[in-house]
Design a protein around this ligand. Structure first.
Ligand SMILES: NC(=O)c1ccc[n+]([C@@H]2O[C@H](COP(=O)([O-])OP(=O)(O)OC[C@H]3O[C@@H](n4cnc5c(N)ncnc54)[C@H](O)[C@@H]3O)[C@@H](O)[C@H]2O)c1
Ligand SMILES: [Zn+2]
Length: 707
């Protein structure tokens, strides 16, 4: 298969919205499939043209049948899943056009259209494993070579206006047809074909409450037409929009610092209430455009009308929860106190909507709680089962706000009917898509806070927790080392689930600040790993007070401060949690020449037991992992400790690993990853029935056997 053309990069600079990015010199070097990919990426990388993961493109291309060698016409159409802006050639489904057309003979009418989906795999060209999307018949039956189906805010706005049909005609004349709301599928494909046969001069159609379809004889023509039509709509709307379509701002945005303070109180409470059955992660947006909408007089009324484009509300739910709040006058505690009641009313309303609209064979009701919460003065809080879907839900609502602004700017915003929305939300095919999703990892939706995350054990633990699906807030006192570790984690696991915050565990304010950041970024925490540490060695009579205090400060007081702040946050969420204390073999059994270190580690061990005792009634578990001699990867062992220990045991420094290996019962070295494995066990529900426990990861030390 041909290689993918390079530009534009999905991570490159953001282009000016609706700028014509077609480059004939690039295009001249590309094959037909590559041209389709080039066009798709150009369209998909512009949020003015289509939303993330939304829209699709196609080309009907002459190819050679791999079996017969005969020329055949093949439909290349963006397949199910993925995003236009960042897709590759493998993101396209390929189908024999002849077979696709022949499906019309099997079609038994609208009531049976869902069954047509099962026929699509029979049309596959060249054993392509990419599944076809529900929009495939639309691309197959429209009798043009190149087709774009986009979800541009400006066109959706017109498609969601009370007088949309007339306004579309005023803007586009006869060039763009109007199709009343219809669920995507086989029937829509046939309807569009018939419409085009009757009016062959059209360049596209506007799909009511949904989006735009445009076409052309070449990829270049198609791209240019798509862009021109969207610009025409955007320009027309801009020229006519009345001021303040959402009404005047009645609840102005709180200053940044006050918003952050409010967020750290409200987010954990919401996360606790919303995450009783499934764990959820927050994505917060406090941009000026969002705050303006949420603070405006008509926000509640408009939000209540619901989201319109199916692509949007499948992510956002049809309605967000609007929380009445007078910023600057109401107390945060009053807001938090109102939440349970508001959520209960939302749940009741959702259950009533489900009962009103359900069909005898509808799938069971899904999670009835809101995905989006709008709070005047504060902003938009999106809660989803992981950080990425939470972010996407929030971003989709930004599209909805744009659509409402444009629609209310010239006419009236009228989304699709409740029943039509339900029929999409609980469509058998959507349900099938949900069922096909891979089983979530065991820490999916969980948030971890790790201290000493730039170190050997903290770093390995962060990566392990990320690999198991958690979002992780990495903290450390060493900013440069932290940045490096955060960068590595983000490259390996994506930026959504990784945050870095500098935190000195010995500083009360620093700990409180870092924990507040975790609450603001992800809504709270479920897992707290205490790994920030140092090591020192000195005979007791040579141990200075400074050295004693340093060990106590970091390993005893530091562990206390982080455990206390984390405990408070876990309690505020009210959904339990797991605290894992990285202790040491030296907490169980003292070794010579390290009294400050050993005493501090013993303090941390007993701290863990005390907190376990108090945490139990809140479902907060506390367990201890005791490593020993984790030399490779540990920064402790690259400093003075290595020389001190070698001197203490009277061995050369380069034999230290072998010395410790031989000292263990199993004669094996312990690595940071081994310790991370044990920490992850205590962090996860696999250890749900364990608290106040100890797990040694020390390759076997008789003296340290727990008893
Ligand atoms: N490596 C071992 O052999 C071993 C054995 C037993 C116990 N432990 C314990 O495991 C934990 C992690 O050790 P490691 O081997 O990963 O060491 P490491 O030095 O690689 O990591 C420790 C991290 O803690 C950070 N840190 C130090 N002081 C801090 C402070 N005041 N605030 C915040 N961060 C601070 C350091 O910058 C470092 O990144 C420590 O508590 C250590 O005592 C390690
Ligand atoms: Zn669509």
């Amino acid at each position: 298969m041909a290689t993918a053309p390079s530009p534009p990069s999905p991570t490159g600079p953001v282009p000016t919205p609706l700028a014509d990015q077609w480059d004939d010199t690039v295009a001249a070097t590309l094959s037909e499939p590559e041209l389709l990919l080039y066009r798709s990426r150009l369209l998909g990388s512009d949020l003015g043209i289509t939303n993330y993961g939304g829209g699709n493109t196609s080309a009907k291309i002459a190819m050679t049948d791999p079996l017969t060698g005969a020329p055949v016409e093949v439909l290349w159409v963006k397949g199910s899943g993925g995003d236009l802006g960042s897709m590759g050639l493998d993101g396209f489904a390929t189908l024999y056009m002849e077979r696709l057309r022949a499906l019309e003979g099997l079609y038994r009418g609208l009531a049976h259209e869902d069954e047509m989906v099962d026929y699509l795999p029979h049309c596959t060209f060249n054993l392509n494993p990419r599944a076809s999307s529900i929009d495939t018949p639309l691309h197959g039956f429209i009798p043009y070579r190149h087709i774009d189906h986009m979800h541009p805010d400006a066109v959706i706005a017109i498609a969601a206006m009370r007088d949309g049909q007339r306004i579309a005609r005023e803007i586009f004349g006869d060039e763009i047809g109007w199709v009343p709301w219809q669920r995507p599928g086989f029937d829509l494909g046939l309807a569009l074909r018939n419409m085009i046969r009757a009016r062959p001069t059209m360049s596209g159609v506007s799909l009511a409450s949904h989006g735009l379809v445009t076409w052309g004889p070449t990829s270049r023509d198609c791209y240019k037409t798509t862009l021109r039509i969207i610009r025409q709509a955007a320009d027309w709307l801009r020229a006519r929009r009345r001021p303040e379509p959402f009404g005047p701002v009645v609840a102005p945005a709180l200053p940044e610092a006050e918003r952050q303070a409010l967020l750290t109180q409200v987010a954990p409470a919401l996360r606790g209430l919303l995450g009783r059955h499934v764990s959820k992660v927050l994505h917060y947006v406090g941009s000026p455009a969002v705050l303006e909408f949420i603070g405006s007089r008509r926000c509640e009324e408009l939000a209540e009308r619901g989201t319109t484009c199916p692509d949007h509300f499948l992510r956002t739910r049809v309605r967000p929860l609007f929380v009445p709040f007078a910023p600057g006058r109401d107390e945060a505690s009053a807001l938090v106190a109102r939440l349970p009641d508001l959520l209960e009313r939302y749940r009741e309303a959702y259950a009533a909507y489900y009962e009103r609209c359900r069909h005898p064979d509808s799938p069971a009701m899904r999670d009835p709680y809101p995905v989006l919460v709008l709070i005047p003065g504060l902003g938009l809080l999106a809660f989803q089962q992981d950080a990425q879907t939470a972010r996407l839900a929030a971003e989709f609502y930004l599209n909805t706000i744009n659509v409402m602004r444009d629609a209310e700017g010239v006419d009236e915003y009228v989304p699709i009917s409740e029943q039509a929305a339900f029929d999409i939300e609980y469509w058998r095919l959507e349900e099938a898509k949900l069922r096909r999703l891979p089983k979530p990892k065991r820490l999916h939706g969980r948030v971890a806070f790790v201290t000493g995350a730039a170190g050997g054990i903290g770093g390995a633990t962060s990566r392990k927790l990320l690999a198991e699906g958690a979002a992780v807030v990495l903290t450390d006192i060493d900013q440069a080392a932290l940045d490096a570790e955060v960068g590595e984690c983000a490259r390996a696991f994506g930026t959504d689930r990784v945050r870095g915050v500098r935190c000195d565990v010995t500083d009360e304010a620093s700990v409180a600040h870092a924990m507040a950041r975790a609450a603001g970024e992800y809504g709270g925490i479920d897992i707290l790993v205490l790994s920030a540490g140092v090591a020192s060695a000195a005979p007791v009579d040579e141990t200075s007070l400074d050295l004693w205090r340093k060990n106590m400060d970091i390993l005893a007081t530091g562990y206390f401060l982080v455990a206390r702040e984390g405990f408070r946050l876990l309690k505020r969420q009210g959904r339990g949690g797991s605290i894992v204390v990285v202790g040491s073999k030296n907490a169980m059994v003292a070794s010579p020449g390290a009294s400050a270190y050993c005493a501090a580690k013993a303090a941390a061990l007993h701290l863990a037991r005390s907190v376990a005792l108090e945490g139990a009634e809140h479902g907060i578990r506390v367990n201890v992992v005791n490593p020993d001699a984790v030399i490779r990867g540990s920064r402790i062992w690259s400093g003075a400790w290595r020389a001190e220990r070698a001197a203490g045991y009277r061995i050369p420094e380069d034999q230290i690993e072998e010395f410790y290996r031989q000292r263990s019962l199993l004669k094996r070295s312990v690595f940071p990853e081994d310790v991370a494995e044990a920490i992850c066990f205590f962090a996860s529900d696999a250890s749900a029935k364990s608290t106040g426990n100890i797990l040694n990861v020390d390759a076997g030390q008789l003296a340290a056997f727990p008893r």
